[in-house]
Ligand binder design. Structure first.
Ligand code: PHE
Length: 458
């Protein structure tokens, strides 16, 4: 059971509870939906390589930095900055994080709704029609292009999220993830084995792991950077919030590193499932946000007990998405509870409702309403536009600010003290300091500047 901290906010029941909850936040549609489709659009292997480099060079140092802030202050992102550097403008960084959480949730919940739609189809035998790429594409188009379905599924997903967030984090989130995450890992391994052994599997592996350097441009680099941050839930304070429930006597940095490891493992597994199957079913890797949803049914239809695996997979994917939407809404709710004195109940329902309103244009952008789609009002469809703005750019700006804050304002010494609390000294602490102070912020800044100069928005 959760122990109650001095501030009465609740805590994870221990190190494992935290790892499960934080991995629950990190692992989600970012790994299984966004990673394969971004990699497909970014040229395959070269995107994967840059993404992995960013996870190690920026993701790992930054997850430690965010957790250190949260554990020290035991507050939400805005309150954390207020507590550490009172009477400065720094809490604005936390405010940007709250806003970004809202922005991400407003398109993420739409895609999460699709997983429910596919779960429903899998349960009712509706996926059997997706015998080839064309049929599968039609099925996807029907589901996401129907305005009522799209809105209903988004709404249902947000209600589920609210129902858990209103109960507080340490109870609901922990319990759900402890059982579901290992099951998800297991089913992903089974699917990867099936996919790799499909005819054409080798081609898929080559596409995923053999970098073609002629495909690199700053748009691809930006996409890989955004993906590394998005997938690890970094740059907006989710890990500040989760670190704030971390027990004082446990090892924080090893828990953070473990989360980063599993998150990356799951993304690579998703790649091992999608790319071989994609060459088997002859689907274009750069076919956009529908990619995974179109590819997967063709795998289920080509394996024994495929109907069972389909149901199990979409169920677990929905849970994985739920543990991520919980963390997104939690950041926003936690701010209104801690800083504005709202009750958890009121904050959860009101903010969840507001998010639904914001999600409407994204939900309708996949065929239901023409001018919200690709080449309508914007080059991108509204969902993709939001995915880029909040998921790539906003997180990158947040990441720079958090690095500068920890490296130069709050200071490496107190941050390290928070990371090492409980007597666990951080190996390579000097390297971590250099990464946070110089390398991470400068690298991200260079990518952003080149994007602006070259105009190569992903
Ligand atoms: N990391 C989550 C995923 O990969 C998404 C997320 C981003 C959650 C930012 C919280 C904060 O699905």
């Amino acid at each position: 059971m959760a122990t109650v901290s001095s501030t009465d906010r609740g805590q994870w029941s221990g190190r494992l509870g935290f790892i499960m909850a934080a991995a629950g936040s990190a692992i989600g549609l970012g790994n299984i939906w966004r990673f394969p489709y971004s990699a497909g659009e970014g040229g395959g292997g070269v995107f994967v390589l840059i993404y992995l480099a960013f996870v190690i060079l920026i993701g790992v140092p930054l997850i430690l930095a965010e957790l250190a802030i949260g554990r020290k202050t035991e507050r939400n992102p805005v309150g954390s900055f207020k507590a550490l550097v009172p009477n400065t403008w720094w809490p604005v960084v936390g405010g940007l994080g709250v806003l970004t959480g809202f922005g991400i949730l407003a398109f993420y919940s739409v895609v999460a709704g699709w997983t429910l739609g596919y779960l429903f189809k899998a349960l009712t035998g509706g996926l059997a029609a997706a015998v080839d790429a064309e049929q599968s594409g039609l099925l996807f188009g029907e589901l996401v292009g129907d305005p009522l379905w799209a809105l209903l599924l988004t709404g249902v997903f947000l209600v589920l999220t609210v129902l858990i967030v209103r109960g507080g984090v340490s109870g609901g989130i922990e319990r759900a993830t402890k059982i579901m995450m290992p099951l998800l890992l297991l089913i992903l391994i089974i699917l990867a084995v099936r996919s790799i052994t499909l005819p054409g599997g080798g081609e898929g592996l080559a596409y995923l792991f053999k970098p073609d350097f002629s495909k690199v441009n700053f748009g691809v680099v930006m996409g890989a950077l955004g993906q590394a941050l998005f997938s690890l839930s970094l740059g907006m304070g989710a890990m500040i919030t989760y670190g704030s429930y971390f027990p004082k006597q446990e090892n924080l940095w090893s828990s953070g590193a473990t989360v980063a490891f599993f998150d990356t493992l799951i993304a690579i597994l998703a790649g091992l499932i999608i790319f071989p199957a994609l060459f088997f079913a002859k689907i274009d890797p750069s076919s956009g946000p529908g990619l995974v949803f179109v590819v997967l049914p063709t795998i289920f239809n080509s394996m024994p007990a495929g109907a069972f695996f389909g149901v199990a997979f979409y169920f677990l994917l929905a849970i994985a998405a739920l543990t991520s939407t919980i963390s997104l809404l939690e950041v926003v709710v936690c701010y209104f509870v801690d800083e504005r004195g709202w009750s958890r109940e009121k904050a959860s329902w009101l903010l969840g409702g507001a998010c639904f309103a914001l999600a409407i244009p994204s939900a309708l952008s996949q065929g239901a309403v023409g001018f919200l789609g690709a080449n309508g009002m914007f080059t991108w469809d509204f969902l993709t536009l939001n995915n880029n703005i909040w998921g790539n750019y906003s997180l990158s700006i947040g990441a720079i600010l958090i690095c500068v804050f920890v490296g130069w304002k709050w200071g490496i010494k107190p941050a390290l003290a928070s990371l090492e609390e409980g007597g666990f000294s951080l190996p390579g602490a000097g390297l971590w300091a250099i990464l946070i102070r110089v390398i991470c912020p400068v690298a991200i800044l260079i990518v952003l500047l080149f994007i602006i100069i070259t105009g190569s928005y992903f």
